[in-house]
Write a protein that binds this ligand. Structure first.
Ligand SMILES: CC(C)(COP(=O)(O)OP(=O)(O)OC[C@H]1O[C@@H](n2cnc3c(N)ncnc32)[C@H](O)[C@@H]1OP(=O)(O)O)[C@@H](O)C(=O)NCCC(=O)NCCS
Length: 197
């Protein structure tokens, strides 16, 4: 029986827990998908610091129209068991890779990242986070959604396809010294995501 969890907007105080959860998740999920050298230079603190940039000095999420949710299970050493974050569709990656312009114009709202504590995969946490994100997108006036996934990340692709996502394009992502193939998955309607249990 999976541990109960709740989903709520992220706060600045959550970022160390998000960094620890996401780092541990990547160390389990991404060997063989991303180069070992790239993974080796990641740290929980670095990931936490990256996300913390999106909060203001009062600890509030600073960017309007950019939902950021965490899944939480109180009582665990790290109660943060998942996260999802996104916003207006990015025209370029952090490394400057240009996204196909037709993807940006067709799908103006993006999910940037979704991660679940590795030992809790297949407990429904990812689906619940995705539903919260779809609800937030609709409340912001969006009717579609796009995200990018590494093309050889078969588990994540299985997850997105189970939620009705369809491949709509390809574009490389530069991480460290290497460009990795990525696939865009999109949803042209969010209605079924909001209804799912
Ligand atoms: C992708 C991820 C967020 C999914 O979260 P999750 O909590 O494990 O997913 P859920 O338990 O909600 O799964 C919902 C459904 O998605 C599908 N699914 C999930 N993981 C899958 C997998 N590994 N292979 C195939 N289908 C999968 C299943 O249909 C599943 O329903 P079921 O368990 O009843 O069969 C999680 O695996 C993760 O954090 N992966 C590592 C980081 C990552 O790759 N993030 C995505 C970056 S683009």
């Amino acid at each position: 029986m999976p541990a109960p969890f709740t989903i709520r907007p992220a706060t600045l105080a959550d970022m160390p827990g998000v960094g620890a959860m996401q780092h541990a998740c990547w160390m389990k999920a991404y060997p063989g998908i991303l180069d070992d050298a790239f993974l080796a230079q990641l740290s929980p603190e670095g990931i936490a610091g990256y996300h913390a940039r999106h909060f203001d000095e009062n600890g509030n999420h600073a960017a309007p129209g950019m939902p950021f949710f965490v899944a939480e299970t109180p009582g665990r050493a790290n109660p943060i068991v998942g996260m999802v974050r996104g916003g207006p569709t990015r025209a370029k990656s952090a490394a400057g890779d240009t996204v196909p312009p037709e993807i940006v114009s067709r799908f103006p709202f993006e999910l940037f990242g979704i991660h679940v504590a590795h030992n809790l995969h297949r407990s429904g946490i990812g689906r619940a986070l995705f539903k919260s994100y779809a609800n937030a997108a609709v409340e912001l006036g969006h009717r579609s959604l796009v995200l990018w996934v590494l093309s050889n990340n078969a588990p994540a692709i299985g997850f997105y396809e189970s939620l009705g996502g369809k491949p709509v394009g390809n574009s490389p992502l530069t991480l460290g010294a290497k460009a990795y193939p990525q696939t865009a998955y999109a949803w042209t309607s969010l209605a079924h995501l909001r209804r799912m249990t």
